[in-house]
Design a binder for this molecule. Structure first.
Ligand code: S5P
Length: 284
């Protein structure tokens, strides 16, 4: 089973270059930690990334969730930021996951992914999408991302209280991913989901290897005021069988006033906890 394979071994089961690179850097840096950096100033954004770079294998960049309106998180976004982000990604050996959560028709997501102010496909190794529109969203994004060697994650479940992504929705998300294994490298989910999305007559392919990235990870608190729910790295990696823990406020604190030393200490703490749980899982 995937659960008893090392990240390094699993790299061989992926043909997608982003998936391969991610699993290899995780093994190399002994880190299954993805740091989520949701701050609104370019300077804070870059200094957090520089600080946690040595401790994370994947940086989840700013998330301009609704491009149609004015909600882009980084107020002073520019081309220079992208350049510096890419320099940091080389310096610290991490990949960039733009948590864009695409959710529109194929034609629109092609434009959103390739163009606009942010030109996400040009710099983000990995991005994600809600499967709500059906398989066409994956085809649209793949037409932009595959030629660039990018990978996609589907949101099969969410960490929030009352999430609608469960049951048949989650089943279908996994099913869609199975039909596009060249581009869909894994899921945002809360558990391994083994056997989910296998419809009558379908067989589980031995080479199938999806990465499970899990947000809603915290050591100090069990939630926030807006429906977020937290589990420990151990519960997520060892008990639920997920591969990567996504941690935001648990690492960098609450706002733009960044305490670099404290950020580094907590990044290392989460990295250690996540890695220990993974090593224990391998021995099971
Ligand atoms: O279901 C989800 C999916 C995502 S990508 N729940 C989440 O919280 N996320 C993201 O993970 C969210 O957008 C945020 O960037 C991060 C969690 O941040 P934290 O500060 O609560 O750790």
């Amino acid at each position: 089973s995937v659960l008893t394979r090392s990240y390094g071994e699993r790299a061989a089961h992926h043909s997608n270059p982003a998936a391969k690179a991610l699993l290899e850097t995780m093994e190399r840096k002994k880190s299954n930690l993805c740091v989520s950096v949701d701050v609104s100033k370019k300077d804070s954004f870059l200094s957090i990334i520089d600080a946690v770079g040595p401790y994370a294998s994947l940086i989840k960049a700013f998330a301009p969730r609704l491009l149609l309106t004015h909600v882009d998180i980084i107020e002073d976004f520019d081309e220079e930021l992208v350049k510096q982000l890419l320099e940091l990604s080389v310096k610290h050996d991490f990949l960039i996951f733009e948590d864009r959560k695409f959710a529109d028709i194929g034609n629109t997501v092609v434009l959103q992914y390739s163009g606009g102010v942010h030109r996400i496909a040009s710099w983000a190794h990995i991005t994600n999408a809600h499967p709500i529109p059906g398989p066409s969203i994956v085809s649209g994004l793949a037409s932009v991302g595959l030629p660039l060697g990018r990978g996609l994650l589907l949101l099969a479940e969410m960490s929030t209280q009352g999430s609608l992504a469960h049951g048949a929705y989650t089943e279908d998300a996994v099913h869609i991913a199975r039909t596009r294994r060249d581009f869909v490298i894994g899921f945002i989910a809360q558990r391994r989901m083994e056997g989910v999305g296998l419809y009558a007559g379908e067989a589980l392919d031995e080479s199938e290897d999806f990465m499970i990235l899990t947000p809603g990870v915290g050591l100090e608190v069990t939630g926030d005021a807006l429906g977020q729910q937290y589990n420990t790295p151990r519960a997520v990696v060892l008990e639920a069988g997920c591969d990567i823990i996504i941690v935001g406020r648990g690492i960098y604190g609450k706002n733009n006033a960044v305490d670099i030393a404290a950020t580094q200490t907590s990044a290392e703490r989460y990295r250690k906890e996540g890695w220990r749980a993974y090593e224990e899982r391998l021995r099971r």
